[in-house]
Design a protein around this ligand. Sequence first.
Ligand code: HEC
Ligand code: HEC
Ligand code: HEC
Ligand code: HEC
Ligand code: HEC
Ligand code: HEC
Length: 426
Amino acid sequence: MFANRITIYQKLLFVLLFGLFTSYGVHAQDSLATATTDNADGGLAKPSDEVYNTGKTLWEQNCTSCHNINAEKKVGPGMKGIFERRDRAWLKPWIVNSQAVIASGDAYANKLYNEYNQTVMTSFAFKDEELDALLDFIAYESEQEAVVVTDTDGGNTVAGDSGGISSNYFNLLLGVLVFVLILILAVLFLMVTILNRFLNQKEDLNEADKEIVNQKFNPFSIFQSRAFLGGVALIFVLVVAKTGLDGLIGVGIQQGYAPTQPIAFSHKLHAGMYEIDCGYCHTGVYKGKSATIPSANICMNCHNQVKVGSPEIQKIYKAIENDKPIEWIRIHNLPDLAYFNHSQHTNVAGLECTQCHGEVEKMEVVAQRAPLTMGWCINCHRQSAVDHAEGNEYYDRLLEYHEGTKGKAPMTVEQIGGLECSKCHY
Ligand code: HEC
Ligand code: HEC
Ligand code: HEC
Ligand code: HEC
Ligand code: HEC
Ligand code: HEC
């Protein structure tokens, strides 16, 4: 009896350890593929945090769609060495209104403008201290070595810094767990051997008991045991049932839908690598109900010059010549009975695109990530606290009032009427 139980524990432990080892191995391989190099020191002193952050924000919101901070060309020149080419007195009016500088007959500006096929740089009505912060940021960052992060899915390199903290932490945790399990296993084996020896020395053991005590542990016997086979059968039935049910519930839901588009347009390239702001193309997304799909003119802001020879880009030219819009295939589509407004969510509530669309900037082809069911809308409205852009007096007062009556629990969208049928249904 007693010895029998020990072998069952041995088997259980074996299965547990086997599982842990395999998952640890797979995970360790994953993390081997990423490598980061440290940021080299660029010599120039870093501006104060406040100046640096102001400059960084201005740069990221306004310039990264056309310029790289390093030497690489994008739509316009890279920023490395810009202060050797030009000084502040030239740069400030240029950023505020480059066309005015060109019109004034400035030789450098005209040469540059022609070199870039007369692509017009956007004008920016920045204040003087904003210009200074922006230029301080550019001066500092453009002299840093680019931080290169190797993508896990191939050889492409992307500039930017990335944190792998959570994955490292997970590895460490797994390592510790495996170690503890090995320790437990060792102790258990020790106990088993001691008990075996003790039982063998006993005289009054009958034959059947002796056999069990001396039996060798065979890991493959696990696969033949009734408990194991029963477990596998149960899991199989559950998986089949779950897939069947999901299939039935999912009728009419297009989650995962990712049609091939007429032009091989890549968000990974445009929004990811070149960091073009979503709102640059989806012009309605912060202002109106619909995000809108960009017209060919918006593509031409850059492709009148970038990759003109490519057959994919030629399709844009053809659309413009024939005066026919590009026939993009619609992916997200609510039924007519529902009303959804983008600006309410992006601008008022300050939600990120990723919360509803997934990481579009990593998608080669856009796929629908959210189910877009009523339950999905309602769930989020139940859970989300009302959060809004600063300086909206209506909400400031509403929240103040809420705190006065309901205490500290955050006010959810549900409480401002986000579950009322008429808000979402015409
Ligand atoms: C729509 C694209 C676009 C945006 C946005 C843009 N630029 Fe430019 N920039 C250009 C182009 C193109 C040129 C090359 C000159 C030309 O064609 O007008 C240029 C030239 C420059 C130059 C001169 C480079 C040199 O090598 O002499 C500087 C400096 C510059 N931009 C800074 C900025 C800053 C700072 C911002 C953000 C506040 C910005 N640009 C935003 C397109 C852009
Ligand atoms: C350079 C222009 C451009 C930029 C920048 C851009 N998009 Fe798009 N987006 C498009 C075009 C063109 C389509 C239609 C073709 C397609 O689906 O790929 C599209 C389609 C989409 C769709 C699917 C629309 C549908 O039919 O349901 C989503 C969602 C989307 N974009 C989100 C984003 C997000 C989020 C960002 C920012 C991270 C972004 N886009 C940046 C041009 C752009
Ligand atoms: C702000 C600038 C910008 C805008 C706007 C823009 N693109 Fe691009 N696009 C680029 C850059 C930069 C590349 C990369 C070129 C390279 O690989 O050298 C590119 C590459 C492409 C490519 C790949 C071309 C090839 O053969 O490798 C396609 C297709 C494309 N864009 C389509 C579009 C479409 C469609 C739009 C409009 C919805 C658009 N782009 C808007 C800057 C832009
Ligand atoms: C709260 C969820 C939510 C957020 C946040 C959100 N979207 Fe959407 N998006 C939707 C839904 C729902 C649709 C389908 C709308 C329809 O069919 O009427 C959609 C549709 C789209 C479309 C297709 C064209 C259209 O307007 O119907 C684009 C493009 C798009 N979103 C881009 C974006 C971008 C870019 C952002 C971030 C700035 C963003 N979305 C943020 C939920 C969201
Ligand atoms: C990721 C969370 C999220 C999802 C998903 C979401 N919403 Fe919202 N929604 C919000 C938040 C947050 C607000 C509050 C905005 C504000 O402060 O007014 C809001 C507000 C609204 C409002 C205005 C409510 C009011 O009382 O003023 C409507 C209408 C709405 N959402 C419709 C929809 C529809 C339709 C869907 C699904 C297609 C949807 N939402 C999906 C987060 C979400
Ligand atoms: C936050 C937004 C939201 C609210 C609030 C809301 N709905 Fe919906 N409802 C939707 C969306 C989005 C759909 C479409 C989903 C789909 O096609 O699966 C929908 C679909 C439906 C449908 C199914 C129609 C069909 O053809 O399948 C019915 C019925 C419905 N809603 C009734 C209601 C009633 C009744 C209420 C009030 C108790 C309500 N809804 C409140 C967003 C909402």
